[in-house]
Design a protein around this ligand. Structure first.
Ligand SMILES: Cc1cc2nc3c(=O)[nH]c(=O)nc-3n(C[C@H](O)[C@H](O)[C@H](O)COP(=O)(O)OP(=O)(O)OC[C@H]3O[C@@H](n4cnc5c(N)ncnc54)[C@H](O)[C@@H]3O)c2cc1C
Length: 485
């Protein structure tokens, strides 16, 4: 086994979080090695954000055109799924990381291909290459785990044998299943359900155990998405769970056979016939951290679990302060932008970066204002706390809502635009702690709310942030009026 000379920092995993730790540490002059077993760019680039948004986009544009008299007449055909898949292939670089590697290597980061594993000795990482060759890397300062997550496959009888789709199979699909069952009505399940329905699936069924879709968001968000799904012809089964899955292999017309999913509501199976038959079943019920084979037990941490970190992203329970975790694997906010943010924080902690006043620069990961967009139609764009979460946290909040369509900017965008905008105000400080916007293209509205929350801008001051006319951002004025300003 080879033993490499020590570098300053070893990063395990070159997804968005890992590559940003490596890049920023290298920019600060440190010697950095990054270990990657698949593709530089991670889940987001090839099987997550980029392909899913690329497959959503054709249906979104078509729906937007159909809302605009004058444009609607020009939209006569159906979506070209093959062209959508080809564009997806282009945006994921043909599932090659050739275009992403130079971003790292140009900064002087050394890329080691292989699977990284903590050996148990502080700052030591063993890397096993695809050909089985092993070497041990040593870091003088820190090891950062950025190994991300994979789709959780719940223990439903028959599910594994049915060879279900996960986010990888769905986002890398080369054809549209005629019938699709989606297990899970969170962001991933909802986005992919609508994408495939609009790409041409004749029947799409979403099965969600909670009483509503997007259960962690404001209640109206899940309700509006459900209504839009039903208008799109998507069946939504709420308060329902899959209890058994079976794939028959004997149907000549369906090369992969047909999947039968048995469903049960809160009171158990409704009837023996409460089943859905489909060509594919997609599991989208959550994410499992990629820590099962990382050697965590050797340093006293539980394998297969999220790595618990403090606000400086330092792993809790590891003596001598040498192990950090960022991105999905730390379980704080499973979003690319939050992983990148954590990456910049941890790089500043490791490099000891100081601000102009000589204080440690941005060395606390502030998760109060986590922004998130679910790219369904209508989009659900939110930041900070829901009203319910704020109340559960004991905050003295008051919330106000208005229709997103109630401003001129929405009217000019098209007919039949729906949506709700809501702010949650901490009355003791008169600052926002949460905001949610639903409606087409609300993705671009959430950053203003993020700035208001992170900057703790008093609501009276927000009144002076004048939105342009005629933009949908004018809902801010309606919200503040509704609040009483
Ligand atoms: C369908 C879908 C859509 C999504 N859409 C969005 C979106 O629109 N916006 C958003 O913000 N987020 C989205 N996400 C979430 C986003 O993809 C993740 O939050 C993000 O990829 C996490 O980045 P990461 O660097 O922590 O991990 P990952 O992207 O998972 O990267 C981890 C890397 O580590 C490597 N690795 C793992 N173990 C080892 C090991 N032992 N040795 C070496 N390498 C290893 C992996 O090969 C991988 O390249 C989506 C996710 C899914 C599934």
């Amino acid at each position: 086994m080879d033993q490499d000379a020590a570098v300053d920092v070893i990063v395990i995993g070159a997804g968005p979080a890992g590559e940003n730790v490596a890049g920023r540490c290298a920019d600060a002059g440190l010697a950095v090695t990054i270990v990657e077993r698949e593709l530089v760019g991670g889940e987001c680039s090839y099987w997550g954000c980029i392909p899913s948004k690329t497959l959503i986009r054709p249906g979104e544009v078509l729906a937007a055109a159909r809302r605009v008299p004058g444009a609607a007449a020009a939209v006569t055909g159906s979506l070209d799924a093959a062209a959508a898949f080809a564009r997806r292939d282009s945006l994921v670089g043909g599932f090659s990381d050739d275009s992403q590697v130079p971003w790292l290597t140009d900064k002087g980061v050394r890329l080691v291909r292989g699977t990284g594993r903590l050996t148990g000795r502080p700052r030591h990482v063993e890397v096993t290459a695809a050909d089985g060759a092993r070497r041990v890397l040593t870091a003088s300062r820190a090891v950062v785990v950025a190994t991300g997550s994979r789709a959780t496959v719940p223990p439903i009888p028959g599910l594994v044998d049915a060879d279900p789709w996960d986010n990888r199979s769905a986002t890398a699909a080369t054809s549209v299943p005629r019938r699709l069952v989606v297990l899970g009505g969170g962001a991933v399940g909802a986005e992919l359900a609508q994408a495939f329905r609009r790409l041409g699936s004749a029947e799409v069924t979403v099965v969600e155990g909670s009483p509503r879709l997007l259960a962690r968001e404001e209640e109206f968000a899940g309700e509006e998405v459900r209504a839009a799904f039903e208008a799109d012809g998507i069946a939504v089964r709420l308060g329902t769970r899959a209890v058994e899955v079976h794939r028959s292999r004997d149907d000549a017309a369906a090369p992969r056979g047909l999947v039968t999913v048995t469903l049960a509501g809160p009171a158990g199976p409704k009837s023996a016939g409460d089943t859905v038959v489909a060509d594919e079943v997609l599991v989208a019920v959550g994410r499992t951290p990629a820590t099962g084979d990382l050697g965590l037990a050797a340093i006293g941490l539980p394998p297969g679990k999220f790595i618990d970190v403090d606000d400086r992203l330092l792993a809790v329970g590891v003596s001598d302060g040498w192990l950090y975790a960022v991105g999905d694997v730390c379980g704080r906010a499973l979003l690319t932008h939050m992983g990148k943010y954590q990456a910049w924080i941890v790089a500043d902690v490791i490099t000891g970066r100081r601000d102009a006043a000589g204080e440690p620069a941005r060395d606390v990961a502030d998760h109060l204002g986590v922004p998130r967009v679910t790219f369904t139609d209508p989009q659900v764009s939110a930041v900070g706390l829901t009203e319910r979460a704020a109340r559960e946290a004991g905050l003295p909040v008051r919330a106000v809502s208005v229709a997103t369509s109630g401003v001129a900017g929405a009217s000019v965008r098209g007919e039949g635009i729906t949506g709700t905008s809501k702010i949650v105000v901490d009355e003791s400080r008169r600052v926002l702690v949460g905001a949610t916007f639903t409606g087409p293209d609300t993705q671009e509205m959430v950053h203003a709310a993020t700035v208001a929350i992170v900057g703790a801008v008093p609501v009276e001051r927000l009144w002076h942030a004048v939105p342009s006319f005629p933009t949908v951002s004018e809902v801010w004025l309606r919200l503040l009026e509704e609040y009483g300003l």
